[in-house]
Design a binder for this molecule. Structure first.
Ligand code: FES
Length: 97
């Protein structure tokens, strides 16, 4: 049976969010972890620097971009967490752009 991220019996793991170890549940996404840790201070727009945050949480809007294991522009709402994953907010343009 699939355990919800609000299920206290769901398996837990540890991800590293901007150098901080954070407990997460096995069925959480990168976006849900970043929202839990930073709230609406999720990321900034690549051009104007305005604050942005996930909107659709189903892979349509691209407002959830994050850096995952050093790779920028990952859609956080579509990436499930895994043990030891390194996650960072995307501030301004992605590195290498
Ligand atoms: S929140 Fe819309 S694509 Fe991820």
């Amino acid at each position: 049976m699939l355990k919800s991220c609000t299920d206290p019996e769901a398996a837990t793991l540890t991800v590293v969010v901007e150098d901080r170890p954070i407990a997460a549940q096995a069925d959480e996404t990168v976006a849900s972890v970043l929202l839990r840790v930073f709230g609406t201070d999720y990321r900034t727009h690549a051009v104007g620097g305005e604050p942005r945050a996930p909107y659709c949480l189903m892979g349509v809007c691209f407002e959830c971009l994050a850096e995952v294991d050093g790779v920028p522009n990952r859609q956080g709402c579509l990436v499930p967490v895994r043990e030891g994953m390194r996650i960072a907010r995307q501030r301004g343009p992605a590195r290498g752009q």
